[in-house]
Design a protein around this ligand. Structure first.
Ligand code: ZN
Length: 493
């Protein structure tokens, strides 16, 4: 879920750029890292993702807090949209703040029990019995802190529970991590099951079942819909219909057609593998000419290629994992980021993650990393680095709102064609880019952890439901209702 207000605020702050040399202490958990990081000095060249105030050019080093900010890039959608009240805490010196009322769509009322999903920055409401957190992105956990005590229990996934406890050290309420794919009883008549949301590590969707009236309610949080999610939901519904779906409508816009997430990961990994096998230099130098891939990739590298995947604190891991597995490398995570990664280490393939930079040709580092400095510190072992920057899709027509005026017949045609279409994605995507900055070769990757328009169409036409409630861009609720009606018509087919 995104708020444009947050983006505006973020641009007003400055980011700490610091170059770090960290000797890994023996206390760092290397058991799960699959490396002997303890005996070697690790060059930690990452920069903090924290927003900090920087008075001057001095470099401030904050070794203990560099993993705190947990953000993902803002989707480039509907910049005029503003659907949620300002949710950030005020400072102590400011005058009394306005009441922060919980938005209606964050409250789910069942028989005798009401729960809240992803709302921790509103005033305490006595009718809320339980709180749920779908994943560890700050626009969902915003408001949580050590002393947060609006409710007695927060339910979330096991990995997100680890992250919450690690970051906030909450002591006024219980944080309960639930396993996936198991019903958990919440009250006499209410139970919940958590399913992987295919968004970021630890992200889940919630399926509630109220036995009082045998109703099922699905809350997707942020999610990237796929066949697996649909299958799991249908398996737990056992032929029942969903009373309502609280849906991540971030990309509910027919112009947002980006390729399948798995395909993007696979093709990017294939491209990396090609570079390893055939060499980087010739490819880069001739990439603008109309020649075949095999002609581009004819020289071998003198030194191994280092692949760098840029990420925010949590998210984009799928891409780095795919590349590492394809080229049989470990995945290096800097010491500072490792403090966070440690909370969901078991989410990664076994023995993949290491804090020893010398043992991996794939590095997962902060989006704010100074790549020139990064390369210079590693110049003994690598000549150049290939950087993959996960971005949203580049939509030339993203601000084209003419579809909002479409008649239903045109929308129906659009949904039908979208469901039958495929967004191609091949290594040509990378060959076209050739974005070299000296010895740094950067490629944008259309990697989205939110559902595309097609994903939303597929998801909502594959399930039986009565009502969809959007959780993003609510100012377009009426317009979105046209899509919901069309999706619903598929239930009769
Ligand atoms: Zn998210």
């Amino acid at each position: 879920m995104k708020r444009v207000t947050k983006r505006v605020l973020r641009t007003q702050s400055r980011t700490l750029f610091d170059l770090r040399f960290v000797r890994v202490k023996s206390s760092v958990d290397s058991a799960g890292s699959g490396s002997s990081a303890t005996e070697s000095e690790i060059i930690d060249l990452t920069q903090s993702d924290d927003d900090v105030s920087v008075a001057g050019p001095e470099i401030e080093v904050k070794l203990d807090s560099s993993c705190e900010e947990t953000e993902e890039p803002e989707p480039k959608v509907e910049p005029e949209t503003k659907v949620e009240p300002e949710a950030q805490a005020t400072t102590a010196n400011k005058p009394a703040r306005k009441p922060r009322v919980m938005p209606w769509f964050k409250k789910l009322a069942f028989n005798g029990i009401t729960v809240s999903v992803d709302c921790f920055n509103c005033d305490k409401e006595p009718d809320i019995d339980l709180y749920f957190l779908s994943h560890f992105h700050s626009d969902h956990y915003g408001g949580l802190k050590k002393s947060w005590c609006n409710g007695s229990t927060i339910f979330t996934s096991i990995h997100t529970a680890n992250l919450v406890k690690w970051k906030f050290k909450v002591n006024q309420c219980k944080v309960v991590g639930l396993p996936l794919h198991e019903w958990t009883s919440l009250s006499e008549n209410l139970r919940v099951v958590l399913l992987d949301a295919n968004h970021c590590p630890g992200s889940v969707i919630f399926l509630f079942h109220d036995s009082g009236d045998n109703s099922y309610v699905l809350h997707t949080g942020d999610f990237r819909a796929n066949e697996s999610i649909v299958q799991h939901v249908n398996a737990f519904l056992q032929g029942n219909k969903l009373q309502s779906i609280y849906l991540d409508t971030t990309y509910l816009n027919p112009h947002f057609r980006f390729p399948d997430l798995q395909k993007v990961c696979d093709v990017t990994a294939d491209f990396a593998s090609l570079l390893v096998k055939k060499g980087l230099n010739n490819f880069i130098n001739r990439a603008n000419k109309q020649r075949s891939i095999s002609q581009y990739l004819s020289l071998s590298q003198a030194k191994p290629i280092l692949f760098v995947v840029l990420s925010y604190s949590i998210g984009k891991e799928h891409l780095a994992i795919a590349i590492a597995k394809k080229i049989n490398s470990k995945l290096y995570v800097p010491h500072t980021k490792y403090q966070l990664v440690k909370q969901y280490l078991s989410w990664f393939p076994e023995d993949l993650v290491t804090t020893d930079h010398t043992s991996a040709n794939v590095h997962l580092v902060s989006m704010h990393t100074d790549l020139d400095k990064y390369l210079s510190q590693l110049s003994d072992s690598v000549d150049s680095i290939v950087v993959f920057k996960p971005t949203g899709w580049t939509f030339s027509n993203q601000y084209d709102k003419s579809y909002m005026l479409w008649e239903d017949a045109q929308r129906e045609k659009c949904v039908r064609e979208t469901l039958e279409s495929d967004t191609p994605f091949t290594v040509d995507h990378f060959i076209r880019q050739k974005k070299s900055q000296g010895k740094i070769y950067q490629f944008n990757v259309p990697y989205s952890e939110h559902s595309s328009f097609k994903d939303l169409c597929f998801f909502s036409t594959s399930l039986m439901w009565d009502k969809i409630i959007p959780t993003v861009n609510l100012s377009r609720y009426q317009e979105m209702q046209h899509w919901f009606n069309i999706w619903k018509s598929y239930q009769k087919n």
